[in-house]
Design a binder for this molecule. Structure first.
Ligand code: G6P
Length: 606
């Protein structure tokens, strides 16, 4: 949601900013805009629609060597040209782009209107431009600081001012902002993806900080405008990982990358000698680990469903009561925070506001939170007491695949470590380690069946509505399968416990409503097969994701077999075919796989 990019240096800013905005498209947006600072002051171009529309509609002479750009996801006011960012003050001497939400925008708009300011947009951001313009401070950082002192809420923002043509000022509070250092040129961005082709030397702002950025350097200030030292560091990232390469979409590329990503999250963390995992980032010794009486996992969307898989792993391996809850609901029920509960926040982006606010709520009440996060240095990662980085590499597609797989593996490592300081035997620990080591190659085996799964997907794409069902370990798999199908195929896909089918949903099963059933080889196989017969008896088309050799009792169905591993690790091998099913159904339906309608990669507003 919402993206920021900025540039100051010797080159023309517009092409660099447009390229940066294109790189941010996957985050989800509905309008885009640029402001440039040239010889004649500030020029703004913005419009509803895609970055492509903005590019095509740019005025001929649109030049300047400093500029800011934005992709907007509408919050205050509809997606139209006027509400698109950047926003300017009445004289057009200040331009602002902003991510986040200003909570007291209503009161500020009223005050400005009473003072005779003509507000042209419906947005909260516009007030910032007027407040910066009205400040009598001598410096641009002083003016921005004075404006920010009047607002409540969250922001990542960048400001241009015609009186300070050599600089941008940026600030952060709850919404990421980084500065990229180039050769006598500087970039700013809300996400490294926007600038990674130009520099990988970056400095992240902390909440409450402001920075002045010129072509030759930057200075960072605390909220009191006293300089604070912040050193740019070169991040170890391959810019090519932000390109889809030979793949038709990032989702496809990211599915294919899963075996390699899985190896990365396991690397150096398995201890075969003691049959355990080493997770140095948890910042807990054996005594503290043993004192945990309960595990509570919090995440949103796919991260929530994989959290349910993680809770099962913790219960099975460590015999600690564990459950997962949607982070978006957690804080609103005034949760009881227990000192001997380990809270686990799980998030690819590390930016999801609902998850971040849940973490803050827990910490405010004295709870201990660890993060399972992919993006290093992200807000959730920084807010937690410790954690496990997922090392999946950048994930661009909205539909999470490789990050989800690595979340599952992160939970396995956590459960293993928690289990081994309790009753999990060394033999069981070694059994699981051997299973984990086999997993990347087995994920590859499933991926190699893509053509076969694509055929099944074609049939599913024809249905308007379908069920995904599973039991116990298979239920979160079904939920994740339904989530993916909804996200990118826009078909109504509903997940149920197989055991609950007969308590209601069976009424909907018919020739037109297929069911995707998760039937692993486990203690419930026989019962699951019974449910398959109930569905088949009502002529419901069936796709069964199961293990090689499982006897499905002659039920009429299309089966997709996955390799066997240790039972505890089943979910991830069962999930991969569901990713391929959704992907091929969406492809068949002609949808934009990486940018599904109405969705954003990172949901940074409540
Ligand atoms: C959004 C995306 C989901 C994703 C969720 C959590 O809702 O559309 O696909 O699972 O955010 O994202 P996170 O970055 O916290 O894992």
């Amino acid at each position: 949601m919402c993206g920021i990019v900025g540039y100051v240096g010797a080159q023309q800013a517009a092409p660099l900013l447009l390229e940066g905005l294109t790189r941010l498209e996957h985050r989800g947006y509905d309008s885009a805009g640029l402001a440039l600072l040239g010889g004649t002051g500030i020029k703004v171009a913005k419009r509803a629609g895609r970055v492509r529309d903005l590019t095509e509609g740019l005025p001929k002479r649109f030049a300047g060597k400093a500029g800011i750009g934005h992709t907007r996801w509408a919050t205050h006011g509809p997606a139209n040209d006027v509400n698109a960012h950047p926003h300017a003050d009445a004289k057009g001497r200040v331009a602002v782009v902003h991510n986040g939400i200003i909570d007291n925008a209503g009161a500020l708009r009223q005050r400005l209107a009473d003072e005779g300011v003509d507000l042209v947009s419906d947005t909260d951001t516009e007030v910032l431009a007027h407040l910066v313009a009205a400040s009598e401070a001598d410096t641009l950082e002083g003016k921005v600081g004075a404006a920010l002192a009047q607002i409540e809420g969250t922001y990542g923002l960048a400001v241009l001012h015609a009186d300070f043509p050599d600089r941008l000022v940026v600030a952060r509070n709850g919404s990421p902002l980084l500065i990229g250092v180039g050769e006598r040129e500087m970039y700013v961005a809300s996400d490294l993806a926007a600038i990674v082709r130009h520099t990988t030397t970056v400095a992240h702002l902390d909440d409450g900080e402001i920075a002045t950025v010129t072509a030759t350097g930057f200075t960072t200030y605390g909220g009191d405008l006293r300089p604070v030292s912040r050193i740019a560091e070169t991040v170890d990232v391959d810019p090519a990982s932000y390109d889809a390469g030979e793949h038709d979409s990032f989702m496809h590329k990211e599915m294919v990358e899963q075996p390699a990503a899985a190896e990365r999250v396991l690397r150096g963390r398995l201890d075969d000698r003691f049959g355990t995992a080493h997770l140095g980032g948890l910042n807990m010794d054996a005594r503290e680990t043993r004192a945990i009486r309960r595990v509570k996992i919090l995440g949103c969307g796919s991260a929530y469903y994989v959290g349910q898989m993680g809770a099962s792993l913790v219960e099975e391996l460590a015999r600690i009561p564990a459950d997962a809850e949607a982070a978006s609901e957690f804080r609103y029920r005034d949760p009881v925070i227990e000192p001997d509960t380990l809270y686990v926040a799980v998030s690819q982006s590390g930016e999801t506001i609902d998850t971040l606010l849940a973490v803050q709520e827990i910490r405010r009440k004295g709870g201990r939170v660890i993060g399972l996060v992919n993006v290093v240095g992200s807000a959730i990662a920084r807010e937690c007491d410790g954690g496990i980085y997922l090392h999946a590499g950048p994930e661009v597609a909205v539909a999470s695949t490789k990050a989800l797989t690595n979340m599952f593996l992160g939970f396995t490592l956590l459960a293993l470590q928690l289990g081994r300081v309790r009753d999990l035997s060394i033999a069981d620990g070694k059994r699981l380690i051997a299973g984990l080591e086999r997993l990347p190659a087995q994920i590859q085996e499933v991926l190699d069946r893509e053509d076969e799964i694509a055929e099944v997907a074609e049939r599913l794409a024809a249905a308007d509505s379908l069920f995904f069902v599973g039991r116990v370990r298979g239920y979160p798999v079904a939920r994740e399968g339904a989530q993916k199908f909804k996200e990118i195929s826009y078909r109504h896909a509903e997940a149920y416990q197989t055991s609950e089918l007969k308590h209601g949903p069976l009424a909907l099963v018919s020739e037109e409503v297929p069911t995707v059933a998760i039937v692993p080889d486990d203690e419930l196989t026989e019962r699951n097969v019974g449910a398959l017969h109930e569905i088949a008896a009502r002529r419901g088309p069936l796709v069964v994701v199961t293990h090689e050799g499982v006897d499905l009792g002659g039920v009429e169905c299309v089966r997709i077999d996955v390799p066997r591993n240790e039972r505890e690790l089943d979910p991830i091998l069962l999930v991969v075919p569901l990713q391929l099913l959704s992907y091929h159904a969406a492809l068949r339906l002609g949808h934009d796989i990486d940018k599904p309608r109405n969705l954003a990669k990172s949901v940074t507003v409540e």
